[in-house]
Design a protein around this ligand. Structure first.
Ligand code: GLN
Length: 205
């Protein structure tokens, strides 16, 4: 791997720019990915937050779904935030019946788990592998992880205190091999530590 790995951000929909900005702080070459040829050139891929059903549809339209599945199956490191987490999951509860799964993480996620009315939730979240104190986690119509398979590491749970309501204790960050997923959006808070954790994974792969 070159000194600066190339990390792509799937650029079909969602907060692509914010991920590119976060990655730019991490000593990597960050590029948008819209075409199979661009996907072929990256050492890692970020699936942004946005709308998983729309991204799923666009992955098919742009003929990226199968190439992405293939690269993930071959071990391409990936990081998904929010909608990206949903895409990476094996199983989605409350998804659309026609939405496609990349099935790179053996987990069941519940879409829009934090509620449709209450659009957003924030908390201070300790994340395993992220040093320097908790991450300020912002959840926007976010999923949570209902259950994980054996090979999946749980990196964060919403602190289990009454103030966190139904979200208390829920799994919101996971890793399986070189695939990382968070229900929250570190790309929105100017804290690059989760992106750095992903970049370390890419370098180690
Ligand atoms: N609710 C969205 C979905 O189902 C995810 C929201 C987000 O990425 N902020 O894809």
């Amino acid at each position: 791997m070159p000194a600066q790995p190339v990390i792509g951000v799937l650029a079909l929909q969602g907060d692509v720019r914010e991920h590119l900005v976060s990655l730019a702080e991490c000593d990597v070459i960050a590029r948008p990915v819209r075409r199979p040829e661009e996907l072929a050139e990256v050492d890692g891929i970020v699936l942004p937050g946005g709308e998983s059903t729309t991204m799923s549809r666009l992955l098919e339209t742009f003929e990226l779904l199968e190439p992405l599945r293939k690269r993930l199956a071959d071990g391409l490191p990936a990081y998904g935030s929010c909608a990206g987490m949903i895409l990476l999951a094996g199983t989605v509860v409350d998804g659309r019946p026609d939405q496609q799964q990349l099935a790179a993480v053996d987990m069941v996620v519940r879409r829009n788990a934090f509620g449709r009315q209450v659009d957003s939730f924030e908390c201070e979240l300790p994340v395993a592998g992220v040093d320097g104190g908790p991450v300020h986690a912002v959840f926007i119509r976010a999923p949570w992880v209902e259950s994980v398979g054996e090979g999946v590491e749980v990196l964060a749970r919403v602190p289990d205190i009454p103030a966190n309501g139904a979200a208390a204790g829920r799994i919101v960050a996971v890793r399986q091999g070189s695939v990382l997923a968070t229900a929250f959006h570190p790309e929105l808070t100017g804290d690059e530590r989760v992106h750095r954790l992903f970049v370390e994974t890419v370098r180690a792969a």
